[in-house]
Design a protein around this ligand. Structure first.
Ligand code: NAD
Length: 497
C-alpha cells in the first residue's frame, strides 16, 4: 500500500480496488491540498462486497438485537470520544465550518444511542384471533443486504441515519459514500470496526456513483437500496430497483420555503433566515432557498437580510470566525453562478452577492452570499434546486397566497412559517405540502427521533430517523399459532347452513 492511500473494507479486510484506479480527495477551501487518496472501485469490488455481506448475514441476523444494540452503543461512545478529530477531517474535505461538522458527528452520536435503545424494543404486536385456540402476532425480520449510497453534505450523519437502524434490524451492508467525502466515511467505518461489528457485516466501497454505485444498485444480491442524493439520480435508481422489485428508500432534493407574516417577530425571523439560507453554504437538502414575505414587512426584512448577508465572513471552515465555507467543488460553483445568470435574465433583482470569490486568502470554491428580490413563483430560481448560498425573495399579500407559493414546486422537504398568530400557524401546519414544517424556526435542523423526509419529488414515501425508519429496514411477518389440534379455516363458514 502506498503512503496516504486509504482502502476499501470487504469481508473484514482493508483491500485495494480491483480496478487498480484511485482518486484524490481535495480540500474545497484549498483545492491544491490533497486530503487523501481513495479507491476508485468497480463492479468486481461490488461482487466481492455483496458476497461478503451475504455470507455474514445469517450470523448477524441471529445475533440477539440487544447484543447488536450494545455494539451500536459502543460506536456512539467512540464517536463521542473522536468527535473533534472527525469534525476536523470532515471540514477539510467538504468545507462546512467546524461547529457544523461537529454537529454532523453529534447527529451520528444521537442516532447511535437512539438505535441502541431500540435493541430492547423493536416491538411487534400480538392481537386476537377470529378463531378459538389460536394465537396471532407480528414480528420484524431483517431484509438482507442493504446498499447504502450517500451524498457529501452530511458525510457522517446521513450514513449513521441509515446504517445504525439497518444494523440494529439485523441487516448487513455495502456502503458507497460520496466520492467527495471519502475520508469521513473511512473514519466512520473504522469506528464500527472498533465497536466490534463483525467482519463482513459492514463493507465499504469507495468510488463513483456511475460505476460502483450502479453495480451495487443493480446487483441481484442486494435486497434494498437506501439512497440520499439528487432527485435525478434517485429517479434512475428507482427505475433500476423497480425492475428487480427491490425495496428503495429515496431521500432527494428540496426547494424549501420560509414564510414570514406581517405579525412575525422580525428579529427572530432574520436570524432564522440567515442560518437557513447560508448555513452549510446553502448546501443542505433543507436549506431555505425561498423567502416568502408578507408585503407589509417585505421591504424592511429584505433590506435587513441583505445587510446581514453582506456581513457574513467567508473563509476556511477550520478558521475561527468563519461564517460560510466554500462550495463543494468547482462544478458546484459553476452551477450556482449559472443560476445567478438565469435569475438576472429572468428579470429578478440581484440585491447582493452574485459572484465567485477568488481574492486574497480565499483560494477555494467560494461564492458570495446572494439575495434576489422581485422573484416570481414561476422563475427557474424559484423552482429549481440551486444548492448554494442563493435565496429568492417572493412577496405575497396574505397567508393563502403564501401557502400556495410555498406549495408551488415539485419538491416538498422542509418548510417554515414565522407568525405570532396561532390560527395562522395551525393553518400552515395543515396546508403546507412538506415532510417537515417549522413554526418560528428556520427550515434546517432535525432531531433524530422524529421522522425525516419529504413529499412529492423529494422522495418515495419513506422516512429516515424516528421510529419510522425501522419500517424501511425490516420486513413484517405475521405469525399464526393454532393450538386447537384441529384444522380451523379462517374466513370459511364453519356453521352448517
Ligand atoms: P448525487 O445524486 O449526485 O449523489 C449522491 C450519491 O449517489 C453519491 O454517493 C453518488 O456517488 C451516488 N450516485 C450518483 N449517481 C449514481 C448512480 N447512477 N447510481 C448509484 N449511485 C449514484 O447527489 P449529491 O450531489 O451527492 O448530493 C446533493 C443532493 O442530495 C441534493 O439534491 C440534495 O438535496 C440531496 N440531499 C437530500 C437529502 C434528504 O434527506 N432528502 C439530504 C442530503 C442531500
Amino acid at each position: 500500500m502506498a503512503a496516504g492511500k486509504s482502502l476499501n473494507r470487504v469481508g473484514g479486510e482493508w483491500t485495494e480496488p480491483s480496478t487498480g484506479r484511485w482518486f484524490e480527495d481535495r480540500d474545497p477551501a484549498a483545492p491544491e491540498e490533497v486530503v487523501g487518496i481513495f479507491p476508485d472501485s468497480g463492479a468486481a469490488d461490488a461482487d466481492r462486497a455483496v458476497a461478503a455481506a451475504r455470507d455474514a448475514f445469517p450470523r448477524w441476523a441471529r445475533t440477539p438485537a440487544p447484543k447488536r444494540a450494545e455494539m451500536l452503543y459502543r460506536a456512539g461512545e467512540i464517536l463521542k470520544r473522536r468527535k473533534d478529530e472527525l469534525a476536523h477531517i470532515m471540514t477539510r474535505e467538504m468545507g462546512k465550518v467546524l461547529a457544523e461538522t461537529k454537529g454532523d458527528v453529534q447527529e451520528a452520536i444521537d442516532t447511535a444511542f437512539y438505535a441502541a435503545g431500540e435493541g430492547r424494543r423493536l416491538f411487534g404486536e400480538t392481537t386476537t384471533s377470529e378463531l378459538p385456540d389460536k394465537f396471532c402476532m407480528s414480528v420484524r425480520q431483517p431484509i438482507g443486504v442493504c446498499g447504502i449510497i450517500t451524498p457529501w453534505n452530511f458525510p457522517m450523519a446521513i450514513p449513521a441515519w441509515k446504517m445504525f437502524p439497518a444494523l440494529l434490524c439485523g441487516n448487513t451492508i455495502v456502503f458507497k459514500p460520496a466520492h467527495d467525502t471519502p475520508a469521513s466515511a473511512s473514519r466512520f467505518v473504522e469506528v464500527l470496526v472498533e465497536a466490534g461489528i463483525p467482519d463482513g457485516v459492514v463493507n465499504l466501497l469507495h468510488g463513483h456513483g456511475r460505476e460502483v454505485g450502479t453495480a451495487i444498485v443493480e446487483h441481484p444480491g442486494v435486497n434494498l437500496i437506501s439512497f440520499t442524493g439528487s432527485t435525478e439520480t434517485g429517479k434512475k435508481i428507482a427505475q433500476q430497483c423497480g425492475g428487480q422489485l427491490k425495496r428503495a428508500s429515496l431521500e432527494l432534493g428540496g426547494k424549501n420555503g420560509m414564510i414570514v407574516m406581517d405579525d412575525a417577530d422580525l428579529d427572530l425571523a432574520i436570524e432564522g433566515a440567515v442560518w437557513g439560507c447560508f448555513g452549510t453554504t446553502g448546501q443542505r437538502c433543507t436549506a431555505t432557498s425561498r423567502l416568502i414575505l408578507h408585503e407589509a414587512i417585505s421591504a424592511e426584512f429584505t433590506e435587513r437580510l441583505v445587510r446581514r448577508a453582506r456581513a457574513l465572513r467567508l473563509g476556511h471552515g477550520l478558521e475561527p470566525g468563519t461564517d460560510v465555507g466554500p462550495l463543494i467543488h468547482e462544478a458546484a460553483r459553476e452551477k450556482v453562478h449559472r443560476y445567478v445568470e438565469i435569475g438576472k435574465s429572468e428579470g429578478a433583482e440581484l440585491l447582493c452577492g452574485g459572484r465567485p470569490v477568488d481574492a486574497g486568502k480565499l483560494r477555494g470554491w467560494f461564492y458570495e452570499p446572494t439575495v434576489f428580490g422581485k422573484v416570481l413563483p414561476n422563475m427557474r430560481i424559484a423552482q429549481e434546486e440551486i444548492f448554494g448560498p442563493v435565496v429568492a425573495v417572493l412577496e405575497v399579500k396574505d397567508l393563502d397566497q403564501a401557502i400556495a407559493v410555498l406549495n408551488g414546486t415539485r419538491y416538498g422537504l422542509s418548510s417554515s412559517i414565522y407568525t405570532a398568530d396561532v390560527n395562522r400557524a395551525f393553518r400552515a401546519m395543515r396546508d403546507i405540502e412538506a415532510g417537515i414544517t417549522y413554526v418560528n424556526g428556520p427550515t434546517i435542523g432535525a432531531e433524530v427521533h422524529l421522522p425525516f423526509g419529504g413529499v412529492k419529488e423529494t422522495g418515495n414515501g419513506h422516512r429516515e430517523a424516528g421510529p419510522q425508519v425501522y419500517d424501511v429496514f425490516s420486513e413484517w411477518k405475521a405469525i399464526y399459532v393454532d393450538y386447537s389440534g384441529k384444522l380451523q379455516k379462517a374466513q370459511i363458514d364453519s356453521q352448517p347452513s
